[in-house]
Write a protein that binds this ligand. Sequence first.
Ligand code: ACO
Length: 325
Amino acid sequence: MTSYSRITGTGSYLPPRRVTNDDLAKQLAERGIETSDQWIIERTGIRARHFVDDGVNSSDLALEASRKALESAGRVADDVDLIIVATSTPDMVFPSSAAILQHKLGVAGCPAFDVQAVCSGFVYALTVADAMIRTGTARCALVVGAEVFSRILDFNDRTTCVLFGDGAGAVILEASDEPGILASDLHADGKHVGILCVPGHVSGGEVLGKPLLHMDGQAVFKLAVRVLEEAARTTLAKAGRTEADIDWLIPHQANIRIMEGTAKKLKMSLDKLIVTVHEHGNTSAASIPLALDEAVRSGKVKKGDTVMLEGVGGGFTWGAVLLDL
Ligand code: ACO
């Protein structure tokens, strides 16, 4: 039986419409809401984000990212025997965006399902795919994070609408005799549901509640820095490694201050931190695979490097995956 799983290809996709902080400030000003490029950069590190146009869904972004990941792994869609999409902004209530993606890829038959763990979704999905490969249930998994958060933003709430963006990232995870994924660590604590949620649902043909993102930013901030450090340390211990073994830290791209705070707590040089939040905003489940793909394609992260991926988000959920690329 195969002992490990290993990432053999990465891909990502951003919708073409780039919205700068100034663009957003102008749009909000028309609603009588004040914000500025300076405020957003100072508090978050974000300079711009990408938004989809009408009619474009998570599965469309996932399709583009998946094609690139397949190409970089030297695989075709027919080789894939498992599809997992991490998303909190699926195309429909059901079926899953993974099933829709499978059809758009022109294949059928392999299992396909979504994972919903908000911004921790990708580390959850990668951990599930790793477990399925290690038990022999799958040999070539397509694992995607895809989001259209622009659809669930309240553009009357300046404390949240400036933070998020749309995009998708994907990896091909294959059975391997060599690691690969070294260890992972996942958690959730539902008592924090109210600090980050979209408190709406469909009932009797109507949307009840408020189907827009609500967040207590300061509560999320404090919790995120604490749990990201804990998850990293637990994952390192499980793998029998130390902070010094990490070549690259790729945390969920929510806020540069949270990311730098985590790197400092792990006593890591900020040079080892992969940062894309300035150009992507927070793309939730897509942020880690987007950052990983950009770092690989830019030549920064190379085969053989040890990489720590860390997710944190609504639920509250959090987790980490340590891997050799
Ligand atoms: N433009 C201008 N002013 C603003 C804006 C804005 N866009 N947003 C808030 N302000 C104002 C506030 O009204 C407040 O004004 P006041 O002092 O007159 O009351 C002031 O700025 C400071 O507001 P704070 O909320 O204290 O600002 P803070 O420094 O905490 O930064 C932020 C807010 C950026 C949201 C921060 O708390 C944060 O990043 N939190 C974590 C968010 C996060 O990571 N979320 C994603 C989690 S992942 C997921 O699952 C989706």
